[in-house]
Design a binder for this molecule. Structure first.
Ligand SMILES: Cc1cc2nc3c(=O)[nH]c(=O)nc-3n(C[C@H](O)[C@H](O)[C@H](O)COP(=O)(O)OP(=O)(O)OC[C@H]3O[C@@H](n4cnc5c(N)ncnc54)[C@H](O)[C@@H]3O)c2cc1C
Length: 465
C-alpha cells in the first residue's frame, strides 16, 4: 500500500489539536493537514471540563495569551452567529471573611495593572452593573443569557453584603464581599469543536480515527508516522497535541516532555430543586471551607481516624456554574482538594467521597444545596487530567527534533486558551511572525534546570485555578 502524504500531521483531536488544525487549514491556507486520533474528536479531557474562560491572570505572558485567545473566540462567536453559545456572565469570587477583602482587592489591583481592565470598588450596590439576562427565554420560560453583553472588562468589587444578597439571594447570609470579573464566562465546547471541524473539512483538512504508534525519523528529522492500523503517513511536520498522553507521544521522538498530571473531577447535578438560577455566573468561594454536617454527623466523623479529615477545613477554590444541555438544567461542581502529581492512568479513578465532599462544601456557599445531600453518594463524577509544566504555562512551539512541534500542557485552561494556542502553533509551523508571549511557552525554557528548580516552580504555581 502506498503511504499517504500530508503537509502536517496533528496527533490528537482534543480542543488543542482541532484548534491547531483550524489555524493551519483555515487561517493559514494549508491544504493537506491530517488530524489523527484514536478516539472521537474532543472526547477525552476536552469532553470533561467546565468550558469556562477568564481574562484574569496574574502572569503577564498568560494574560496576553488569554486576552488574544478570548479575542479570537469572540471573533468566531460573531462569525458563527454564536453557534457555541459563548456568554460573558463573569466569574464571581466570594468571601465570607471581611478580613480577606484587602487581599482580594490587592490581587485584583495586580491583575488590573497587567491590563485586565479597571477595578471598580462599590461600597453600595448603586453603581454596580449586573450581568444582563438578555438571553432568549427557553420553552420553560427561563432566561439563560448568552452573547457578549454587557461589554465590560475589568472587575467590580462589591462590598455591600445587602446588595450581594439582593443580587444572589441563594448565597450564604454571611457572604461579605464579591469580586465580579467581567470578561469571563463559558461556552459550549462540543459545539465549538463541531463548528471548527466543519470549517477544517470544508477546506480540505482530514481526520483519521487511528492511533499513532511510531514516529519515523531520519537524519534527525520527522519523516512520517505509523498508525496502529498499519498505515503510514509520510510527512515532514508533526504536531503533538496528545493531551495527558503527550509523555508517551514524546517518547516516540526520544524526548522527555517536562509535564506532570493532576486529576481534576467534577459533578454534574440535575437541578430539580432549582437551587442555582440558570442565569447565574460562575461562582467561586475563595476561603478555606468546612463541610456542612449536623452536630451529630460531625461528632461521628471526628471520632474515627479515617473520617476525621471530613470535619477539618478544606482548601479554597470550590466553584460552580449552571449548565443547560440536552434540555436539562444542571449545575457543575468542581473542587480539586487533592493536587498530588501523578501519571495519566485510564480509566480514571476518583475519590469515592468526592461527590459528598463537593456538595457538603457547596452547601457552605449555597445553603440550598442541602436539598441534594440525600442523593450525593450516588452522583456520578467525571473529569480528567490537567497536564501541567512546572511553571503552569503551556508548551507551544518546536521540539528538538526537526519538523516536530508540541501544543500541549494546557492545564486547566485548554478550552479558553485553545484559539491562541492554535494560532501560535500554526505561526511556528508556517514560519510566520510570533507574538510577544511565544518565548514564555517554548519547550527549551526548562533546559538546564535541575529537578529541585522544577519543584520550586511547581510550588510557586500550586493552587492556581
Ligand atoms: C474537571 C476539569 C475542568 C476543566 N475546566 C476548564 C475550564 O473551565 N476552562 C478551560 O479552558 N479548561 C478547562 N479544563 C482544561 C481543559 O479541558 C484541557 O486543558 C483541554 O481539554 C486539553 O485539551 P487537549 O486537546 O490538550 O487534550 P485532550 O482533550 O485530552 O485531547 C488529547 C487527544 O489526543 C489523543 N491522543 C493522544 N495520544 C494519541 C496517539 N498516540 N494517537 C492518536 N491519538 C492520540 C487522545 O485520544 C485525545 O483525544 C478543565 C479540565 C478538567 C479535567
Amino acid at each position: 500500500m502506498m503511504p499517504a502524504k500530508a503537509e502536517v500531521v496533528v496527533c490528537g483531536a482534543g480542543v488543542a489539536g482541532v484548534a491547531a488544525a483550524y489555524h493551519l487549514v483555515v487561517r493559514r491556507g494549508m491544504r493537506n493537514v491530517v488530524l489523527v486520533d484514536e478516539r472521537p474528536p474532543l472526547s477525552l479531557t476536552s469532553a470533561a471540563g467546565t468550558e469556562a474562560y477568564r481574562n484574569w491572570w496574574p502572569d503577564l505572558p498568560m494574560f496576553r495569551f488569554m486576552d488574544r485567545s478570548i479575542g479570537l473566540m469572540e471573533e468566531l462567536a460573531k462569525e458563527s452567529g454564536n453557534a457555541f453559545r459563548m456568554n460573558r456572565r463573569g466569574y464571581v469570587f466570594l468571601t465570607g471573611d471581611p478580613d480577606c477583602v484587602p487581599e482580594l482587592e490587592k490581587e485584583a489591583e495586580a491583575v488590573s495593572g497587567l491590563g485586565g481592565g479597571a477595578l471598580r470598588v462599590h461600597r453600595d450596590g448603586g453603581s454596580y452593573v449586573p450581568s444582563q439576562p438578555e438571553g432568549l427565554a427557553q420553552p420553560d420560560g427561563l432566561a439563560r443569557p448568552e452573547g457578549l453583553a454587557p461589554d465590560l472588562a475589568g472587575a467590580d468589587l462589591l462590598l455591600d453584603a445587602d446588595a450581594i444578597k439582593r443580587l444572589f439571594p441563594f448565597l450564604a447570609d454571611d457572604t461579605a464581599a464579591m469580586l465580579h470579573v467581567r470578561r469571563c464566562g463559558w461556552l459550549d465546547l462540543p459545539s465549538l469543536g463541531r463548528w471548527l471541524l466543519d470549517r477544517i473539512a470544508s477546506r480540505g483538512g482530514r481526520i483519521e480515527q487511528d492511533r499513532m504508534e511510531k514516529v519515523d525519523t531520519g537524519n534527525g528529522r520527522v519523516r512520517g508516522v505509523t498508525l496502529a492500523s498499519g498505515s503510514r503517513i509520510e510527512t515532514g511536520r508533526l504536531v503533538l497535541a496528545a493531551g495527558p498522553l503527550v509523555p508517551e507521544a514524546g517518547r516516540m521522538l526520544g524526548l522527555d516532555i517536562p509535564v506532570f498530571m493532576e486529576l481534576h473531577g467534577k459533578i454534574t447535578v440535575e437541578d430539580r430543586a432549582s437551587v442555582l438560577p440558570p442565569d447565574a455566573p460562575m461562582m467561586i468561594w475563595t476561603d478555606p471551607i468546612e463541610l456542612v454536617w449536623s452536630e451529630e454527623e460531625k461528632r461521628g466523623l471526628s471520632a474515627a481516624a479515617d473520617t476525621r479529615y471530613l470535619t477539618e477545613p478544606f482548601p479554597s477554590g470550590l466553584h460552580i456554574r449552571p449548565r443547560y444541555r440536552d434540555s436539562k438544567q444542571t449545575f457543575l461542581g468542581i473542587w480539586t482538594y487533592d493536587v498530588t502529581p501523578r501519571e495519566a492512568v485510564f480509566p480514571l479513578e476518583f475519590d469515592p467521597a468526592y461527590p459528598v465532599i463537593v456538595l457538603r462544601g457547596l452547601a457552605r456557599m449555597i445553603p440550598g444545596m442541602r436539598a441534594y445531600f440525600d442523593v450525593a453518594d450516588a452522583l456520578e463524577v467525571d473529569g480528567g487530567y490537567y497536564c501541567k509544566t512546572p511553571d503552569n504555562r503551556p508548551l507551544i512551539g518546536p521540539l528538538p527534533v526537526e519538523g516536530a512541534y508540541i501544543v500541549g500542557a494546557l492545564s486547566g485552561y485548554g478550552a479558553m486558551g485553545s484559539q491562541a494556542a492554535g494560532e501560535l502553533i500554526a505561526a511556528h509551523v508556517t514560519g510566520a511572525a510570533l507574538p510577544d508571549y511565544a518565548k514564555a511557552f517554548s519547550f527549551d525554557r526548562f533546559d538546564g534546570l535541575s529537578d529541585a528548580d522544577m519543584q520550586d516552580m511547581r510550588d510557586a504555581t500550586r493552587g492556581q485555578l
